[in-house]
Design a protein around this ligand. Structure first.
Ligand code: NAP
Length: 275
């Protein structure tokens, strides 16, 4: 049986873009390592992915009876990306799995509220900065040695259009995503010569749990996408998968993806309106 599938690590795999990326990369033949805080979600997702992996293997066997294929393996760790201790525990417990690490998808992230900065709550500010910046830095720092040894690999960071343009009520979230832009560009330069590629994926409006987490209010979250067609998590998973699948000498530095109904961060075409 083939035991040499490359391993893709995905943070924030329990919903939205991270979850869609897990399905997409499974179809590309990766083993997966999923991380998020909600353990029950990860248990359920592992089961779903394993069932799909087994059915994909059966179909492949029927098509090519001479090939020996093992279904993808799914690993997970329930933990907080902003806790270095938890990241260290995850890595210590899975040394042999991470030896096959080929891809890091730094996707875990969130925004909290859309009040002007002076009305922001300090706990929310800390949570956004700790998750979106420190979490990404901790994971990358601790996982990179597994790829440096192999002299190849790919880091994909989930930035945002908020990492390119600022909007009112987005000060802290934008600052965190501007940091992701800087970290991605810096990493690509620092890693020059190591064979490791680095990509920044920068979506506009994607309908996921993002707005529910941001507003903690179902009505407000629903209103964000009212009368317009947002991107889906699968649209972004497609872009990630495409970036990973380029030949090894091609590094997609960044990709900005807007829904057709969004002209700029606060410029949205809704049915019955021109803006
Ligand atoms: P989502 O559905 O809310 O998913 C966010 C994921 O991050 C969840 O799996 C969540 O899992 C995980 N997460 C949050 N805090 C975490 C922590 N401290 N430790 C570990 N995992 C954590 O939102 P999404 O739209 O898929 O967002 C994914 C990424 O895309 C984020 O970085 C976001 O900033 C970026 N993005 C989103 C949009 C958009 O419009 N939706 C646009 C541009 C960029 P747990 O709660 O289980 O931990």
């Amino acid at each position: 049986m083939n035991q040499k599938k490359p391993l893709a690590f995905i943070s924030g795999a329990s919903s939205g873009i991270g979850k869609a990326t897990a399905f997409s990369l499974l179809h590309q033949g990766y083993d997966l390592f999923l991380m998020a805080r909600r353990k029950e979600r990860l248990i359920e997702l592992k089961k779903e992915l394993e069932e799909l992996a087994i059915s994909m293997t059966h179909t492949a066997h029927q098509k090519q009876s001479d090939s020996e294929m093992a279904p993808s393996q799914i690993h997970f760790f329930a933990g907080d990306v902003s806790s270095l201790t938890e990241i260290e525990k995850m890595i210590q417990g899975h040394q042999s799995v991470f030896k096959r690490l080929s891809v890091i998808i730094n996707n875990a992230g969130l925004a909290k509220g859309s009040d002007p900065f002076h009305k922001n709550n300090l706990n929310a500010i800390n949570q956004v900065i700790d998750t979106n910046i420190k979490g990404l830095l901790y994971l990358t720092h601790q996982l990179l040695p597994f790829m440096l040894d192999k002299k190849e690999g790919h880091i994909v960071n989930l930035g945002s259009v908020a990492g390119r343009w600022v909007y009112p009520g987005g000060t802290v979230y934008c600052a965190s995503k501007f940091a992701v832009t800087a970290i991605t560009e810096g990493l690509r330069q620092d890693l020059l010569g190591t064979g490791i590629r680095v990509t920044n994926i920068e979506p506009g409006m994607v309908e996921s749990e993002f707005s529910m987490v941001r507003f903690d209010n179902e009505e407000k979250a629903k209103a964000v996408y009212e009368g317009m067609t947002p991107l889906t998590p699968e649209d972004i998973a497609d872009c990630i998968t495409w970036s990973l699948s380029r030949p090894k000498h091609v590094n997609i530095q960044e990709m900005i993806i807007y829904p057709t109904d969004q002209g700029a961060i606060r410029m949205v075409h809704r049915q019955g309106s021109h803006k």
